[in-house]
Design a protein. Structure first.
Length: 314
């Protein structure tokens, strides 16, 4: 049975059973008919959208935030339970969430807004669930972009060897010790200060959002499944292929919001994407880092809302 509770801010939180795994999600403005799904980045959770969901709900959207499996308050399965975790698995999670949670309430297409890894998941959904998705806002988009199409294909035997080597490495690599040291040595705060250009936004609430899932006993096994999954995924789950496919379909408008001072994924990658894929719209946020939605929420919300509002398909 799903448990439901409401916060003082008015959002409704819930646990959803997905393939036997508990998935945490929340909704604000659930009576509104135009759905948005907010998809967090690596190491974060749905709570990272702390300064965004209320704004969009007030604008008439039904705003869903979901903890991707392996993150936040969702289940943290390991290799034995799920095999691997990659953007294909998270796309399947979002797909079933749409079918089982959102579709009973509305048939309107979904707007996806993602941060970093969440942007890659949103892009994956736009390609493989294109009939369900209205538009995507990615802020920013990770993954190396290959422009030269004449890339030699590695032979299958080498690919198998590489995959096997990666699996062996991450099975024996002591991720439990690594996570313990990350917590004890204050590396989480250091990492957030590196990601954020505006250091004042790295407050206790944000540190707790990232730190608490790391402290769970199942964190290391889930991280291992992610490392293996993201390192061995096929080309059809990589941004270069996905962007090409999305461009060919021309069905889903795509906005890139990029922090000018992003140290994790430099702005030149966003410019490279927009230059090669002319249908992608790029907006640069000055004096902001890797998490524009949390560093400059007012500007992020305004730009996102106005772009969605002005879409010809809306």
């Amino acid at each position: 049975m799903n448990s439901i509770y409401k916060s003082e801010k008015g959002d409704e939180s819930n646990y959803w059973n997905w393939n036997g795994f508990r998935i945490f999600w929340s909704v604000r403005g659930k009576k509104n008919q135009h759905p948005i799904i907010l998809i967090h980045g690596f190491g974060a959770s749905s709570k990272h959208w702390r300064s965004n969901s209320y704004y969009f709900a007030k604008k008439g959207y039904s705003v869903y935030s979901i903890d991707l499996i392996g993150f936040g308050n969702s289940a943290q399965p390991g290799i034995r339970e799920i095999g691997k975790l990659d953007n294909g698995v998270w796309c399947n999670q979002v797909s079933d969430f749409i079918k089982q949670v959102i579709r009973p309430k509305t048939s309107n297409k979904i707007i996806l807004i993602g941060n970093s890894l969440g942007s890659l998941v949103a892009l994956t959904c736009a390609v493989y669930l294109k009939n369900e998705i209205l538009s995507v806002i990615a802020s920013p988009l990770p993954d190396p972009i290959v422009i030269n199409k004449k890339v030699s294909k590695l032979n299958s035997s080498f690919e198998k060897f590489k995959t096997k080597t990666i699996k062996i490495f991450f099975r024996i690599f002591p991720l439990e010790i690594v996570l313990f040291l990350i917590n004890k040595l204050g590396i989480i705060k250091f990492g957030l200060n590196s990601a954020y250009f505006k250091k004042d936004n790295v407050d206790k609430e944000l540190i707790d959002i990232v730190r608490k899932p790391v402290l769970r006993k199942t964190a290391a096994r889930s991280l291992r499944a992610m490392c293996i999954g993201m390192s061995t995924r096929g080309n059809k789950l990589k941004a270069s292929y996905l962007l090409e496919q999305l461009g060919n379909s021309k069905k889903v408008p795509f906005l890139l919001l990029w922090g000018e001072k992003d140290n994790f994924i430099p702005l030149f990658l966003g410019k490279k994407i927009a230059s090669f894929h002319r249908w992608v719209e790029l907006k640069i946020i000055s004096n902001s880092g890797h998490c524009v939605h949390d560093e400059d929420p007012s500007l992020f919300n305004k730009i996102s809302y106005e772009w969605i509002r002005d879409l010809k398909t809306y």
